[in-house]
Design a protein around this ligand. Sequence first.
Ligand code: HEC
Length: 149
Amino acid sequence: MRRPKLYSLAVALAIAAGTVGLTACVESDPDAADTPESAPTVANSAIQTDAEGMTIEQEPAPREGEEDEPAVELSPEAQAGQIVFNESCTTCHATDGVGDGPIGPNVEGVGLSNAEIADVIQNGRGAMPGGLVTGQQFDEVVAYVEAIQ
Ligand code: HEC
């Protein structure tokens, strides 16, 4: 007969704990949670001020290898291709081809060769139809996808 006793003790404890918890909630003063009016207002919590109210300048430390990393420079043709991409390819691919789209995969930094890129865009592959873009737009979008490998 030890078990039922222990069990009811546990239940009693649980109920007691619950009651204490509830009471604590009910008794807490909702006004106490408000910010006191005397508290200084800081518009942006990322901006820190010292004791005199002077702003402490905070330069985020550059992460290793990131210092002078240039953004990918797109040639004018690739820039035009980016616009073509976002007009003609983003029904399936993500904007700029960066990240997976609703149907098409990420096309940035996946190491596609130039020949592969031209082939997929011209002839399609799997669920991707070919011939979506032709002529100058084809050249431009190929240049864009090449530029982001
Ligand atoms: C109807 C949806 C759809 C559209 C529109 C579409 N794609 Fe795709 N794309 C896909 C799918 C799905 C794949 C994956 C094909 C496979 O490997 O089975 C793919 C693959 C690719 C790949 C190869 C990725 C890899 O890692 O092998 C490239 C490059 C690509 N698409 C570029 C484009 C470009 C550029 C356009 C616009 C001209 C475009 N896609 C339009 C669905 C689409």
